[in-house]
Design a binder for this molecule. Structure first.
Ligand code: COI
Length: 345
């Protein structure tokens, strides 16, 4: 049975204004913060409990829990940003709540309601306020996890569920250039599979090709569709866009591609066509860029496919840079949020 430290319940008291962190050195790695928020699913009431803030720390799980044995789990990723006036903004947290709900249905799990999701995220951020980096020097990455807990030796949905939210201050996801290698043997997703939701099991199966690509000097892999091996889908943790003339295209999210929240935001800021993108399209693209919560928007310097390397436009005049500036301006409260994407907490 999953059990979590109830005795450590604490109030969300503000501590020192900022934690002792070298903000400019942050990459994308865990910096342990003070608190996390936990909700357990009550089988009798068929709903999650009120979120409880506890000290950040290890959790106890039954060795036969669904998450450990059969990977019944989902995660989300969103960020809190500090404004110039020290206020804190979340970026489109409702979209994460909705995506988790859709994923939970696919994974046969109960999901927290929109209100519970937002409440847990807000409580976690407020309890860890001193870890939200100063304006313009990073963000607090929030990681909601939905897990099948309880004992579960048989192959079936878990007997208990836990929703847990933790957070860590982060800087850039990728330092340096983004040089992609097209992966033509291992596929990230198959039709009818779970590639369109944020299942925890979507990630480690590509560690092998990703590690091999990194050993060859690439920064990420670009996956092709599993049915024909001829259309681009996404990177290991990002969506992809290609620009030709004035047209930006991105592969259709039809169940094998994760519908990205930054990706959708980019469509609103720029006209984008969502369609099947054959691999050949990348050979004569002017610009290619990736989007993701962790990555935000980043230009792709090159794509290598079967030994052929194509390089793309980089720098301040790229659409990617302009989108990055527009988006981070909204996220950090510098640009007016005309679309109502931010939530002040
Ligand atoms: C995110 O951008 O939030 C992601 O999910 C990427 C993560 C796997 C690092």
């Amino acid at each position: 049975m999953g059990s979590f430290p109830k005795q450590d319940q604490v109030e969300c008291k503000e501590k020192a204004e900022y934690a002792n962190v070298n903000w400019d050195e942050l990459g994308f790695a865990l910096t342990k913060t003070d608190y996390m928020c936990i909700m357990n699913f009550n089988q009798d009431e068929r709903q999650f409990s009120q979120g409880t803030i506890t000290r950040f720390g290890n959790i106890e799980l039954c060795p036969s829990s669904g998450i450990l044995n059969y990977g019944q789990g989902l995660f989300e990723g969103l960020k809190a940003y500090r404004k110039e006036d020290e206020g804190i903004l979340l970026f489109r947290p409702e979209e994460n709540a909705l995506r988790m709900k859709i994923g939970a249905d696919r994974m046969c799990m109960p999901s927290p309601t929109m209100e519970q999701f937002l409440d847990a995220v807000k409580k976690t951020v407020l309890a860890n306020k001193r870890w939200v980096p100063p304006h313009g020097r990073g963000s607090l990455y929030i990681r909601p996890l939905l897990m099948g807990t309880g004992q579960n030796l048989g192959v079936k949905p878990a007997s208990e569920y836990t929703f847990l939210v933790y957070a860590s201050p982060v800087g850039n996801y990728n330092k340096g250039e983004l040089n992609l290698m097209v992966e033509d043997k291992v596929h990230r997703a198959t039709p009818g599979g779970t590639g369109g939701v944020k299942a925890v099991t979507n990630y480690s199966p590509f560690y092998k090709p990703l590690t091999e690509a990194k050993a060859e000097g690439f920064s990420d892999v670009l996956f092709l569709d599993a049915l024909t091996g001829s259309k681009i889908e996404e990177g290991s943790a990002c969506n992809i866009f290609i620009l030709k003339g004035n047209v930006i295209s991105t592969p259709t999210a039809d169940g094998t591609i994760l519908p990205g929240i930054t990706e959708k935001a980019s469509w609103n800021l720029h006209q984008v066509e969502e369609l099947a993108v054959p691999i050949e399209e990348v050979f004569d693209a002017e610009e290619v860029f990736c989007t993701g919560t962790a990555m935000v928007v980043k230009s792709v310097a090159s794509i290598t496919y079967q030994g052929k390397r194509t390089e793309y436009k980089m720098g301040a005049e790229t659409v990617a840079q302009k989108l990055h500036a527009a988006l981070t301006g909204i996220q950090t409260g510098v640009n007016e949020d005309k679309l109502g994407w931010t939530m002040a907490i």
